[in-house]
Ligand binder design. Structure first.
Ligand code: 5GP
Ligand code: MG
Length: 479
């Protein structure tokens, strides 16, 4: 998963990109990069948080009114700095690009680019494939007189050729800023408009909260197959390509990834999480469980826990303090390191749980590392009963569309029965959300829930899934 932003403004935009990337930092903490255009591309990127890669001096070295920013969470490829985005190439015109997502048919695309387009593929980042595919399609056009129709044609060809989940922003030198999505619209992308003293700026970004914080009004949520071009005069043109594919927006954006103050498909994430939390209450009633208090595994489960507590009519309390300065526990290479990091990150507040029947809610159970440690900590702190709750249904299938749960054998609910999961975690009860209850929270929204159901909207082959899993295991070992 990653966060992307692109700005076409009336002033230099590097500082704005920097601020926007800070607002998207939760989407990726591995690497950060900005490219701006002022007759030349200027690029700064490297491993680390936005605030670690950029300072006042580096931003000053990025002149230009149009630019792109990216925060990376490495799901594909290794952590070499060369894998950080944006990427750019100088022909035709000069094209810079950022993306969020994952390409399914990377082997086939790489072969086409290499064998038929004579391009040297230098990284294992999917963005390189999308960028070269777009450049190859654009090159087929009469380059001197190229217009927006030609650019949209090239996008259409890319959408047909590149299979997978992708939200893309491209900066085409002298032509404009372009945003487009895959035909199913799996990953998010929004267009915002800001007017200041009669001057207009446009921006694309992964989340509404990012655009709103920068003073933009949301002009459009791009759907599957959409493409929008802001030309150099600030004119907006739109095209829709794919032939009526059912929408398949990533349900995990609502569950884990996005900020609570962002909206997708008309649902505010905070409200969606509360509604999902509420629907968990019936599982307690079915089993005759009567907890005294609901706590969350901070901070991604807070709104689920509040919804559950409201519906059960019992208090929600903060039962853990999270040290937000400890790095991500999720992708630490070994299980022992992951467990240790969970311990350093989360500490219980004994008075909240001592002697109580505690319902502890996490957004999801992936490997089970967090839940197992949480149960141990709550027992040590004196909880009488511990009911572990996953606001997400059992995660059984790898995500091949950009979320870091790519290997089936690592998914505890994929490898074990639910009774075995409960035994592993050591809770008195384990409660999972059902997929029907999640879907009921989003009436009329086409969702991708492949990680729960195994139904992959792009129709990816089992061989491709296996290849992606193999690549990821290898990349993790290398990285
Ligand atoms: P587990 O400890 O079971 O392996 O993972 C569950 C924890 O990971 C939950 O607390 C959840 O908030 C978090 N989580 C779920 N999905 C992701 C993801 O894609 N990336 C990261 N960094 N954390 C995740
Ligand atoms: Mg968590």
């Amino acid at each position: 998963m990653c966060g992307i932003i692109g700005v076409s403004s009336y002033d230099d935009c590097a500082t704005e990109l920097f601020l926007g990337m800070n607002a998207l930092q939760h989407r990726g903490q591995d690497a950060s990069g900005i490219v701006t255009f002022s007759g030349h591309f200027r690029l700064v990127k490297g491993n680390g948080l936005v605030s670690q890669v950029f300072d006042a001096e580096s931003l000053e070295g990025l002149p230009g009114k149009t630019g792109l920013g990216h925060v990376r969470y490495a799901t594909q490829g290794t952590l070499e700095p060369a894998m950080a985005q944006p990427f750019y190439m100088n022909y035709p015109f000069g094209i810079a690009m950022v993306h969020n997502g994952n390409v399914d048919n990377s082997g086939e695309l790489a072969a086409w680019l290499h064998d038929e387009q004579y391009r040297l593929i230098e990284t294992t980042n999917d963005l390189e494939l999308i960028l070269y595919a777009f450049a190859s399609e654009l090159e087929k056009k009469p380059l001197p007189g190229i217009g927006s129709e030609d650019i949209f044609d090239a996008v259409g060809a890319v959408q047909r050729r590149v299979q997978g989940a992708y939200a893309v922003i491209a900066l085409i030198a002298g032509k404009g800023l372009l945003g487009f999505k895959d035909p199913y619209g799996i990953r998010p992308l929004f267009l915002g408009k800001r007017t200041e003293n009669g001057k207009v700026a446009w921006a694309f970004a992964s989340e509404t909260s990012c655009l709103e914080m920068l003073g933009y009004e949301i002009a459009k949520e791009l759907a599957g197959g959409d493409a929008v071009l802001i030309d150099t005069d600030g004119n907006v043109q739109e095209r829709h390509f794919s032939a009526a594919k059912p929408g398949a927006f990533c349900v995990f954006e609502y569950i884990y990834f996005a900020r609570e103050d962002s909206s997708f498909c008309g649902s505010l994430v905070a409200e969606a999480r509360e509604a999902m939390g509420k629907s968990l209450a019936k599982r307690f009633k079915e089993r005759g469980l009567e907890p005294d208090v609901v706590i969350d595994v901070p901070t991604s489960a807070e709104f689920f826990a509040q919804g559950l507590a409201d519906e059960l009519g019992i208090p929600y309390r903060r039962g853990f303090v999270k040290n937000k300065y400890v790095g991500r526990s999720f992708i630490k290479p070994t299980q022992a390191e992951r467990s240790r990091t969970v311990r350093l990150k989360l500490n219980p507040i004994p008075s909240v749980v001592r002697g109580k029947k505690v319902a502890v809610v996490d957004d999801s159970i992936v490997r089970g590392t967090t839940s197992k440690r949480i149960v141990e900590l709550l027992r040590q702190a004196g909880a009488a009963k511990i009911y572990c709750v996953s606001a997400a249904p059992p995660l059984r299938f790898p995500c091949v569309y950009g979320i870091d749960m790519s290997v089936k054998t690592e998914l505890i609910a994929g490898a074990k029965s639910l009774d075995e999961v409960a035994a592993f975690i050591g809770a008195d009860e384990l409660i999972y959300q059902s997929l029907e209850d999640v879907e009921a929270c989003f009436p009329g929204v086409g969702l991708c829930s492949a990680c729960f159901s195994g139904v992959y909207p792009t129709g990816i082959s089992p061989e491709s899934i296996e290849r992606i899993e193999r690549d990821r295991i290898a990349a993790k070992k290398a990285g």
